[in-house]
Design a protein around this ligand. Structure first.
Ligand SMILES: O=C(O)CCC(=O)C(=O)O
Length: 276
């Protein structure tokens, strides 16, 4: 039975070993990624949003199924969760982006809560990089963390993942029986995974348990992000955020070392709009 390697976050965790497992399997679990205080603040920041939201997608067709009829998805979190803004600056989380996408060469793709409710069926298996089929190439264009804000169990919808499928040929390969496992992990853990690994949300077979995950991916700065942060985060709020978070949300222009500049205003850094 395939499985993902688990690590425990600590000051002396060897992150090269973590990323070696990431490279081999396409995903890895780091338990204790969020310390207890940050986990508690995240849970309390999002609780009112989760309570207010009704499950299901407003987009018809395939998306209704993909988003999940018994799943609540909530975006725009930097505007309402100081704990999420803090996590966006976490050194270990950012080291995943720096390593695979290049320092300052990526922005936030998604920062969405995915709350899988009782009765939800398994999501279609997919690769995140299929958001940008024309940009797919050998190296990563997107990498993601799913932070567990509740325990993730086989019963409540822990992510289904095919370890090693990051190396499989083809855009969306067949998933042979027996090649997937579940990313079960205690609350506070993070599943870090490749844009190339085949995965999907799991079925929730419980009567009354919600699986709450924070799906937080990075993509290359020259790609259009899945979430439109500049409309979900009001400008007044954006002005109060740390500069590197403003950059991650696209309120500052993409300006990698080699000189390209994207997302400009009056041919200058969009960040000037945040000043004064
Ligand atoms: O919530 C999960 O476990 C995975 C969800 C996912 O992959 C997606 O919605 O793109």
């Amino acid at each position: 039975m395939p499985e993902l390697q688990h690590f425990q976050r600590s000051d002396d965790l060897d992150w090269d070993r973590v990323f070696a497992a990431f490279d081999r399997d396409g995903g890895v679990i780091v338990e204790g990624f969020l310390d207890e205080a940050l986990l508690a603040r995240l849970q309390s920041d999002v609780a009112p949003l989760v309570a207010k939201k009704t499950p299901g997608s407003t987009t018809p067709g395939l998306w209704t199924e993909f988003h999940g009829e018994q799943t609540k998805r909530i975006t725009g979190l930097p505007a309402v969760s100081p704990a999420w803004v803090e996590l966006l600056q976490d050194e270990a989380y950012r080291s995943m982006g720096d390593r695979y996408l290049g320092r300052n060469e990526y922005w936030l793709n998604t920062g969405q809560l995915i709350c899988i409710g009782p009765g939800e069926t398994a999501q279609m298996l997919h690769r995140d990089e299929l958001n940008w089929p024309h940009a797919m190439r050998d190296d990563e264009i997107t990498v993601t963390a799913i932070f567990a804000l509740t325990d993730f169990t086989e019963e409540n919808g822990a992510t289904v993942i095919a370890p090693g499928s990051n190396h499989w040929e083809g855009a969306l390969p067949e998933v042979p029986p027996g090649t997937t496992c579940r990313a079960t992990m205690p609350a506070g853990s993070a599943l870090l995974y490749s844009g190339k690994v085949v995965h999907g949300g799991g079925a929730n077979t419980t009567e009354d348990e919600w699986r709450v995950g924070l799906h937080a991916g990075f993509c290359r700065g020259w790609l259009r992000a899945e979430e439109n942060h500049q409309l979900t985060v009001p400008l007044d709020v954006a002005k109060t955020l740390p500069a590197d978070v403003q950059y991650l949300l696209g309120f500052r222009s993409y300006d990698p070392a080699f000189g390209a500049r994207l997302g400009l205003i009056d041919y200058d850094d969009a960040g000037r709009l945040l000043e004064g």
